[in-house]
Ligand binder design. Structure first.
Ligand SMILES: [Zn+2]
Length: 169
């Protein structure tokens, strides 16, 4: 079947406006350490912050970000780049110890068109996967089944980090 275009030029204002109106939740978390628990902050390291995704694809979905509001690698310092890679390693480790995923998807969406919910502040998605975690509920209704409360998971990951010498707050 040939794909057709439906032109809707009046939407451009809305599309461009989304990014401007929304408060950056990563910057908000960085600036408010007293709210680390409600903001689901797992770790703070020298130049990066690690947060549980409030709208996870799967249980244990972590977001790793530089603390600075930068949109991509071209603006990151060497220190930030190195720290992000180390945090990918640590995030895989804490999740493997705590909830034993069978695999991971790790990636970054650059730009809203590529799926970035927050295009101005780069963040790496760490998404744990299990055999069979894509099921009919996900496919037919775009609904994610999450089997554990996010607060319970945050506690477990903090405890696992402490027990294994991983980053902390
Ligand atoms: Zn930001």
């Amino acid at each position: 079947m040939k794909c057709k275009n439906l032109w809707a030029p009046w939407r451009i204002g809305y599309i461009q406006g989304i990014a401007d109106k929304k408060e950056c939740f990563i910057c908000k978390a960085v600036k408010n350490p007293q709210d680390d628990s409600p903001n689901l902050v797992l770790w703070r390291s020298k130049s990066c912050i690690s947060i549980l995704n409030r709208f996870p694809y799967t249980n244990g979905h972590i977001l790793l970000s530089p603390m600075r509001h930068i949109c991509d690698f071209s603006e990151a310092s060497d220190e930030e780049l190195f720290e992000m890679i180390k945090l990918i390693r640590d995030a895989q480790r804490v999740l493997s110890l705590a909830i034993k995923p069978h695999g991971f998807n790790i990636g970054i969406n650059f730009g809203r068109c590529a799926g970035a919910g927050l295009p101005g502040h780069m963040h790496i998605h760490i998404v744990p996967r299990w055999n069979g975690d894509t099921n009919f509920v996900r496919v037919c209704s775009d609904t994610h089944l999450i089997s554990q409360s996010i607060d319970e998971l945050l506690k477990l990951l903090k405890q696992t980090s402490e027990n294994n010498g991983l980053p902390a707050l």
